[in-house]
Design a protein around this ligand. Structure first.
Ligand code: FEO
Length: 396
């Protein structure tokens, strides 16, 4: 379906209602969309990004419904295939068209899609391209979400085409945000999974974007924002160093001993006025867990010892925590073992360069007993003291 956003500006992207996994990694409970746009100027027409190649027919059909003589420019904000995958198809259909992008993105597009050198027009940061009565400005914004990413600003209409940045994996027929709660949760989940590792870089990009007068943000996944402050304010909160009075406990338990410890610790932390969220790793949706990591102050990994180290489900979760780089301040480990192992050392090693401060772990032999309860109380007290030190507890 092609849909006119305003005179001369059309949405020609597609909703992927059924997709349930992205990059063979990220669960998509609400599907996703690949948003693509046509901008008609008085002299030239531009297509902003394409769609995932699995939906090429829908893209062509949508473009055919917009009355354009041809496509002169295809703006490639990002080389990942969910936006660039149909470039060869569009270039073939419109032989006079050129891909407009930055030098790094060009390199990736040539590597990934074998696009010929003479089909590119290269632009630099803040460079503009005239469509006649409309002007595109390109802002180079590395790491949202690959090193080559950029965003495009349509000056006269004050529209930011932000590609992955500010996106959400949410298929919707509504075009613009209507259900703010759902849009917020989807955007937060997306931020956690895609953008959080690049938090410091994005902070810089936010400062750059603050220079622009933006009436509308059209990202390349999810609903459009006709109230840009909705998503800009959310990003400012998520990107800030501020954490909530919250402990997240990703856990796995084989025979119940570690689960007993988790349940006991949940009670102790809750009694101290701290929000606590345990996530059973055998049942948890990765995106739900990632969303909680966006603003929690403390992460406690809970695992039994198996084959001399943490349970593989805990290894996976620890790796994800290390890769997503949440801004949490503190971490610890709890768990049960039968005859020894190196659970603590292996988890710490997996977290690698994390800046989180480690609170003494509680790794005990066997099931919950008097001594392990005492150790867990000490851990809960230490967490409370750290949260209080950071002025978090009273914020509840
Ligand atoms: Fe939506 Fe990084 O691609």
């Amino acid at each position: 379906m092609a849909w006119m956003i305003k005179e001369g500006i059309y949405s020609v992207g597609v909703q992927d209602w059924d997709r349930r996994l992205f990059d063979e990694l990220i669960p998509l409970p609400d599907g996703t969309s690949y948003n693509s746009f046509i901008i008609k100027g008085s002299e030239k027409t531009a297509l902003i990004d394409t769609v995932d190649p699995t939906m090429k027919d829908e893209l062509l059909d949508n473009i055919s419904k917009v009355e354009v003589d041809g496509i002169d420019y295809i703006i490639a904000n990002h080389a990942e295939q969910d936006h660039s995958g149909c470039l060869p198809l569009i270039l073939g259909k419109y032989p006079g068209s050129k891909v407009v992008t930055n030098d790094r993105c060009k390199e990736y597009l040539m590597d990934l899609l074998q696009i010929e050198d003479d089909r590119f027009i290269l632009v630099k940061d803040r460079e503009t391209l005239s469509l006649g009565d409309r002007t595109l400005e390109f802002i180079i914004t590395p790491w949202v979400h690959w090193p080559e990413t950029m965003v495009t600003y349509l000056k006269e209409d004050k529209i930011l085409f932000s590609c992955d940045l500010f996106g959400s994996h949410l298929a919707t027929s509504d075009h613009f945000v209507t259900d703010k709660k759902q849009a917020y949760q989807s955007a937060k989940r997306y931020y956690a999974e895609i953008m959080m590792p690049f938090r410091q870089m994005i902070k810089g990009h936010m400062q750059t974007l603050a220079e622009y007068d933006i009436d509308m943000i059209l990202a390349s996944h999810g609903p459009f924002y006709d109230d840009p402050r909705f998503i800009l304010d959310a990003y400012e909160k998520w990107l800030s160093d501020e954490v909530n009075n919250k402990v997240v406990i990703p856990f796995v338990s084989m025979h119940g001993s570690t689960k007993e410890m988790v349940d006991h610790l949940v009670g102790l932390i809750s009694d101290r006025g701290i929000t606590v969220k345990p996530y059973n790793l055998t049942k948890t949706d990765l995106g739900d867990l990632a969303s909680e990591l966006v603003d929690c102050a403390t992460i406690i990994l809970a695992t039994p010892t198996v084959l001399g180290g943490p349970h593989p489900a805990a290894v996976y979760a620890t790796y994800i925590v290390g890769a997503l780089k949440p801004k949490a301040l503190y971490a610890s480990i709890i768990g049960s073992f039968g005859w020894g192992g190196q659970t603590k050392e292996k988890i710490i090693s997996l977290l690698g360069g994390s800046k989180m401060e480690f609170i003494d772990p509680v790794i005990v032999k066997g099931s919950l007993n008097k001594d392990s309860k005492k150790a867990l109380k000490k851990l809960a007290d230490a967490i409370f003291a750290k949260h209080e030190e950071n002025d978090l507890v009273k914020k509840r």
